[in-house]
Structure formats: C-alpha cells, structure tokens
Ligand binder design. Structure first.
Ligand code: GYE
Length: 328
C-alpha cells in the first residue's frame, strides 16, 4: 500500500513537472490568402506540435489587423513562453509589440516585418528579402527578352501588387520599380493590387485586358495572383506564357506545374518554410543562448522554362529539373 502511494505521488509529481516544463509557443498568423501562406502555416504548426515538450497556440487573423492585435493581447494574458509574429501590414504595431516587450515574452519576427522593428525588442527575425525579389522579377523579364533578341523592342508591362501596405508588397514594388529603370524598353502601363489572392488576380487581369491596348509582360507579386491572371488570359482567348510573359513570386507547386505546362514563364522564390530556423532558435533560447537583432534572409532561387538567365545575384534554374524536389 505504501509503495503504491509513493508510486502515485511520484506520478503526480512527474506529470506536474511535465506540465510546468511545457513550452508554449503562440503564433499570430495573417490568414489563408495564398498557397504560400498555407505552406507556411502547415510547416510551423507541424514542427511545433510534433516537438516534445512544446505546445502551439495558433491564431488565424483572417487578414484583419485588429484580430492580430487582439490575438497578441490574448497571448500576453495567457503568459505564453514565445510569440511568433508576422503582420498583415507593416504599420500600426508599435503599441501592442511594446506591450509584448513589457510582458517580457520573447518575440520572434517571421515573414513580413513591422516598420517599428528598430524601436522594439525581438530575439530573432527571419523573412524574405522582398526588395531583391521584386528586382529579380523585373530583371528576369528584361534579361529573358534580351536572350530571345527582343532586348531593344518596347514592351508593355503590368505590375500586379500584393496586399497594400504589407512589407511583401512595398518591398517588391520598390524592387520592381527600381529594376524597371535598368530596362528602359520595359514600359509600365498598369499597376494595381490583386491582394495576393487568385480570385483578385483574375479580376484585375480581366479588367486590364479590357482597358489596356496591349500587355506583353505581367509581373505578379505572388504566384496565386499569376495563376488567377492565367485563367483570365485564357478566358480572353489569349495564350498565357506566350502572348503574355508571366513572372510570379513564391515558387509554390502550382507555379512549377504552370511553368512546366508552358503557361507561366518564371517564379522568383520566397520560401515559406521557416520552421528550420524557428525550431533551433527556440531550442537555443531555451538553453540560454542569445541572438543578435538582425533579419535573416534564407537562400532562394529563380525558376523558369529553360534556366540559365543571369540576374547578377543568382542564375535561373530550369523548373522541370527540380520540380520533384520541391517541398511546397
Ligand atoms: O508572397 C504571398 C503571401 O508575406 C511573403 O504573403 C509573404 C507573401 C507571399 O500571401 O503569397
């Protein structure tokens, strides 16, 4: 009897310690607007949920900043151990992120950076180099046209932008516009937001096809919008990838399929797979290690129909050669 009691007591103790030692990681996600976002959510969710001793508290803000602010305040009330954060837009986070700092909850920034990053404390940051991605998109179009002997012909370009005010949009637009200056034959004839979704990408392309005389190149700031535009181009009786050159961003599976099918020409990579950075970082923080306040950009590629287009910082890879190795 005594033995049994001791055993039961021991068990209660072990269970208590286990519950006490649990690391609670809260993640404020933007929404579910794109294949990229789905891959990003799945990657982080499964890595955290499958990690021994870790628990995930997940919140999907459905593209609303006020929902994200509410979620962050809930995380503070719950006194979680870590907060993962990506903001739908870049402004308006100063107050709530200061509250996170005051609660002394370590903050990890991922994907889209808030513009107040310099004024707050965070333990690590991992995100895309959006300006460089935007530059690569336009440079690819310019260099590709040169490679097929069209380098000195005027062509009409449209830029389909992501969610207005998101750092992924402002950064890519900055990179797009800067690179256009290097290719004076690329003439900008349209610039509009498709909100990073397939449906809006399709609608914007539909209206451009009606209102513009000629479109030669579409720069879409994500693949979902490019894929929506492809549907609109087909519906208008034109051939995507031939009548209109299409450059996307993200490098999701569906874009690879479209490139291999000849309906899209290029996609600039922006990886959504952040668990390979986030997991070792939290493990190290748990051991007391410190990180510097710098944004880490993962290595990324550019994928197209034939490969070999030199963009200075990177050379394009033929999509068909690597499609079987893609993880998202
Ligand atoms: O490109 C887009 C997504 O913030 C990098 O958001 C991310 C962007 C990505 O909806 O597809």
């Amino acid at each position: 009897m005594k033995k049994l009691l001791a055993l039961a007591l021991g068990l209660v103790l072990v269970l208590n310690v286990a519950a006490w030692a649990e690391v609670v990681i809260a993640f404020s996600q933007i929404g579910q607007e794109s294949d990229w976002r789905t891959a990003n959510t799945d990657d982080l969710k499964s890595a955290i949920e499958n990690h021994p001793g870790w628990k995930l508290v997940y919140d999907d803000a459905q593209q609303k900043q006020e929902n994200q602010i509410k979620a962050l305040r809930n995380f503070i009330t719950q006194d979680v151990n870590y907060i993962l954060f990506t903001g739908v837009v870049s402004t308006g986070w100063d107050e709530v992120l200061k509250e996170v700092n005051e609660a002394e909850i370590p903050l990890l920034l991922i994907d889209r950076m808030p513009d107040c990053a310099d004024k707050i404390e965070y333990v690590a940051a991992f995100g895309g180099d959006f300006v460089e991605e935007g530059r690569r998109q336009v440079a690819w179009a310019g260099e590709y046209l040169k490679s097929i002997g069209m380098g000195d012909k005027d062509v009409n370009v449209v830029i389909m932008e992501g969610t207005t005010g998101a750092s992924a949009q402002t950064g890519r637009t900055e990179g797009n516009l800067k690179a256009l200056k290097d290719y004076p034959h690329l003439k900008l004839v349209g610039q509009q937001s498709g909100n990073f979704t397939r449906a809006e990408g399709q609608a914007v392309m539909e209206s451009w096809l009606k209102s513009l005389d000629k479109i030669d190149v579409l720069i879409a700031q994500n693949d979902d919008m490019a894929l929506g535009a492809i549907d609109a181009i087909k519906a208008a009786g034109k051939v995507p990838g031939k009548d209109i050159i299409i450059v996307g961003c993200d490098s999701v599976k569906a874009a690879f399929d479209a490139i291999v099918a000849g309906e899209m020409n290029c996609t600039v990579e922006c990886t959504p797979l952040y668990s390979r950075f986030v997991v070792p970082t939290i493990e190290a923080l748990e051991k007391g290690e410190k990180f510097s306040k710098t944004v880490v950009h993962p290595e990324e590629g550019v994928f197209d129909t034939n490969g070999g287009i030199d963009l200075g910082t990177v050379k394009s890879t033929k999509a068909a050669d690597v499609i079987s190795t893609r993880q998202y």
